[in-house]
Design a protein around this ligand. Structure first.
Ligand SMILES: Nc1nc2c(ncn2[C@@H]2O[C@H](COP(=O)(O)OP(=O)(O)OP(=O)(O)O)[C@@H](O)[C@H]2O)c(=O)[nH]1
Ligand SMILES: [Mg+2]
Ligand SMILES: [Zn+2]
Length: 288
């Protein structure tokens, strides 16, 4: 029989076969072939031994958080505790583009943020790049009705640092899930890493993946990947004069031309410069 891995705990996989959950280990052979069945994988289970025998080809695979076959990423950022970070949002968006996954942004903790100009600025910046931004409060429940439709028939991965309210968001849209949540620690300046494992929860004909939060430092992107996959760069990149253009010091760069004409948001470009500066070259040949 065939099904989808929805959880992995202590070496045992939970597999959803037409709505019934089976628990199964993986065949030892996978390790030697360097295949590690992952949450999201579509697999074949032996009807007698209940062991996972085959992992079907993946549409995509993320190393961080470990998950396969998702068709949308919802980037979760809180407006306060922790503060909204453009850098992090742009990093996640680049990561989504690299993996050919559509992404949208959900801002949480609206109840904690009085600065509506910040929300407008965030919305304007991303709408100029064709990226949708939704604003919710898991406390007052404002904005939740506007996001429910996003999940229908999709396999959605929630991604964002610890404490932003990923698990809270799942509880808000379906209180039956009772996902455990933990306080944001003001002393530590971050969440307390409540969610430890990736899990797929069935919702509206699809699944929502709750995932452990991780910080910006734990997601490494190379300079070349940023230059190619940064939001809004894809179409322009191919038209730059240099095929390995980093859109920084080069002449005849279509990204910089768009920026000068006001067609590319300055905030986005400033974050690009910072992210590029923080990252290293994939190809040593280009080091200058
Ligand atoms: N005021 C307010 N608090 C919220 C909101 N959303 C989440 N929280 C609180 O933020 C804290 C962290 O929420 P979690 O849902 O555990 O965050 P998470 O993103 O799942 O964190 P990890 O599992 O550690 O990655 C909890 O104390 C929640 O009650 C919101 O919209 N408003
Ligand atoms: Mg969580
Ligand atoms: Zn360029």
């Amino acid at each position: 029989m065939q099904g989808r891995i929805v959880a992995l705990s202590c070496g045992t996989y939970s597999i959803d076969v037409d709505g019934v959950i089976f628990h199964a280990p993986a065949r030892g052979i996978f390790r030697s072939r360097n295949i590690k069945p992952t949450v999201g994988d579509y697999v074949e289970i032996n009807d007698n031994s209940y062991i996972i025998e085959k992992v079907f080809d993946r549409v995509n695979y993320l190393k961080r958080p470990p998950i396969a076959n998702i068709d949308q990423m919802l980037i979760i950022e809180s407006l306060k505790e922790p503060e909204f970070s453009y850098l992090l949002a742009f990093k996640y968006l680049t990561y989504a583009n690299m993996n050919n996954i559509k992404a949208k942004i959900i801002l949480t903790k609206l109840d904690k943020q009085d600065d509506l100009t910040l929300i407008d600025e965030i919305k304007n910046t991303y709408s100029a790049l064709g990226i949708e931004v939704y604003v919710v409060s898991n406390k007052t429940k404002v904005g939740l009705d506007e996001i429910r439709h996003l999940f229908k028939d999709h396999i959605t991965c929630l991604i964002g640092q610890s404490g932003v309210g990923k698990s809270s968001l799942i509880n808000s849209i379906d209180p039956d899930y009772e996902r455990r949540v933990n306080d944001y620690s003001k002393a530590l300046g971050r969440g307390k890493h409540q969610t430890k494992e990736v899990i797929l929860l069935p919702y509206e004909g699809g699944y929502i993946a709750d995932t452990p939060g991780f910080s910006s430092l734990e997601l490494d992107l190379f300079k070349e990947d940023l230059a190619q996959f940064y939001p809004g760069f894809a179409e322009k990149f191919t038209n730059c004069y240099y095929s390995n253009c980093l859109h920084i010091t080069e002449n005849r760069c279509t990204v910089k031309e768009a920026l000068q004409k006001g067609e590319y948001p300055q905030i986005a470009y400033d974050c690009y410069l910072k992210l590029s500066e923080q990252s290293i070259y994939k190809n040593k040949r280009y080091e200058r």
